[in-house]
Design a protein around this ligand. Structure first.
Ligand SMILES: NC(=O)c1ccc[n+]([C@@H]2O[C@H](COP(=O)([O-])OP(=O)(O)OC[C@H]3O[C@@H](n4cnc5c(N)ncnc54)[C@H](O)[C@@H]3O)[C@@H](O)[C@H]2O)c1
Ligand SMILES: O=C(O)CC[C@@H](O)C(=O)O
Length: 387
């Protein structure tokens, strides 16, 4: 029986996949796995029993990834599972910036009781007029699950689209419309585009990438959209640019104390992934990743350990070892198994940066003593025997 703990509400459709072998617990310290959305986990202490954290979503900047890796906790995310939801909100954001739809609706509500509303409307509506998206240049920074979808749909809206992503994956490149211009530098995109939307993770080299220097390269009256993370855009610089009129509108999914209430900031309360479909997709993928890891030891879509798959565990026992990616680990493991006269039926080892994972199927029972010896090998972070 495995225990899981939810730090945020997780869609029931996903949780339903955790069958009779799973029970929810309100106590994170006794959980084998944690499911989370945006709850901040940096200050949390993790119990030795915790094996995995699944982020039902894409961004993992709320989780201390390296500390988890050092403590032998595998962190998963759900790539692409909410990308369509975010894409649709980006398009809505562009439309809200192009015309003063929000101002117009608010104005109508003020006249709710007025019998002459139809007549006044025709007089006043010009105050809320705007422009169309067709024919405008859109720059997409980050061509991952969301960026590719936004770029492709913008092409269908008649926009001239520029994409920038120095690390674009082969899959993403295949999915990208051929009519999208490849910006070789982000500065080129800044200089060309009327709308700029950012879809990169919050990393050391992306935090604050849209600052006063970047903004100074952009066209006067540019619209910037940020449905990725607040920290990607320097908050003081964007406020200054809105006040001066250099930036016509800033659409963000991240309310901060600096941006809320600033004229021409369209601030959405982090609704990008808040659709039934995205919530279900993320929860289903997260639950499936956790099950496969807890029951078979397989790792899919981890952000701090390598992906590794030896299929469904058979009748024999499976040893899984999370360890540092340093020389001679496999040699030490196999020597210890040989010392116990154990036959290895199947073995896989994968590494990712400083961390590695070894899975070993054996034909006989793993003793507590062998488990202890494997755990004591220098560089081993966690050993688990799936029986
Ligand atoms: N508002 C929301 O509710 C919501 C929902 C999902 C994701 N997000 C945010 O959006 C981000 C992107 O999501 P995704 O699903 O598209 O992720 P993804 O991992 O599929 O794509 C990210 C892309 O950014 C690129 N990239 C990384 N560094 C870059 C740089 N310096 N310059 C240009 N490109 C760079 C990567 O190569 C990758 O292609 C997430 O990390 C998350 O922070 C927000
Ligand atoms: O869980 C959410 O609502 C937001 C998720 C989003 O920020 C993500 O990075 O996937």
């Amino acid at each position: 029986m495995y225990k899981y703990h939810c730090l945020n509400p997780i869609s029931e459709v996903g949780l339903a996949q955790l069958d009779e072998n799973y029970v929810v617990t309100g106590n994170a310290d006794e959980a084998d796995a944690i499911l989370v959305r945006s709850a901040k986990m940096h200050d949390m202490e993790f119990s030795r029993n915790l094996k995995a954290i699944a982020r039902a979503g894409a961004g993992v900047n709320n989780i201390p990834l390296e500390r988890c890796a050092d403590e032998g906790i595998v962190v998963f995310n759900t790539p692409g599972a909410n990308a369509n939801g975010v894409k649709e909100l980006v398009i809505a954001g562009m439309l809200l910036a192009a015309r003063d739809i929000i101002g117009g609706i608010n104005w109508v509500q003020e006249y709710e009781e007025d019998g002459d509303i139809a007549k006044i409307t025709e007089k006043k509506k010009k105050a809320f007029a705007g422009t169309e998206l067709q024919g405008k240049k859109l720059g997409v920074i980050g061509l991952g699950a969301i960026g590719v979808r936004v770029a492709n749909v913008a092409v269908h809206l008649g926009m001239d689209v520029y994409g920038y992503d120095p690390y674009v994956s082969v899959d993403a490149a295949w999915n990208l419309s051929r009519s999208i211009h490849h910006a070789k530098t982000v500065d080129e995109l800044y200089k060309e585009c009327d709308y700029i939307t950012i879809h990169v993770p919050a990393l050391d080299d992306t935090k604050g990438m849209i600052d006063k220097n970047a903004i100074s390269l952009m066209k006067d009256g540019v619209v910037i959209l940020n449905l990725a993370r607040d920290v990607l855009v320097n908050q003081e610089d964007i406020v200054d640019a809105l006040v001066s009129g250099k930036v016509r509108s800033y659409v963000t999914d991240f309310p901060t104390k600096e941006i809320v209430g600033v004229k021409n900031a369209i601030v959405i309360p982090h609704l990008g992934a808040s659709t039934e479909e995205s919530e279900d997709n993320c929860a289903k993928m997260a639950a499936a990743e956790l099950r496969d890891f807890l029951e078979n030891g397989n790792i899919t879509h981890s952000v701090n350990y390598p992906d590794c798959n030896m299929g469904v565990k058979g009748d024999g026992e499976r040893i899984t070892i999370l360890h540092k990616n340093i020389p001679n680990m496999l040699g030490q493991f196999t020597t210890l198994l040989a010392g116990e006269n154990m036959n290895i039926a199947l073995m896989t080892n994968k590494s990712k940066k400083e961390y590695a994972y070894t899975m070993i199927d054996v034909d006989s029972e793993v003793s507590a003593d062998l488990e202890e010896q494997l755990t004591s090998v220098d560089g081993v972070l966690k050993v688990r025997v799936i029986r």
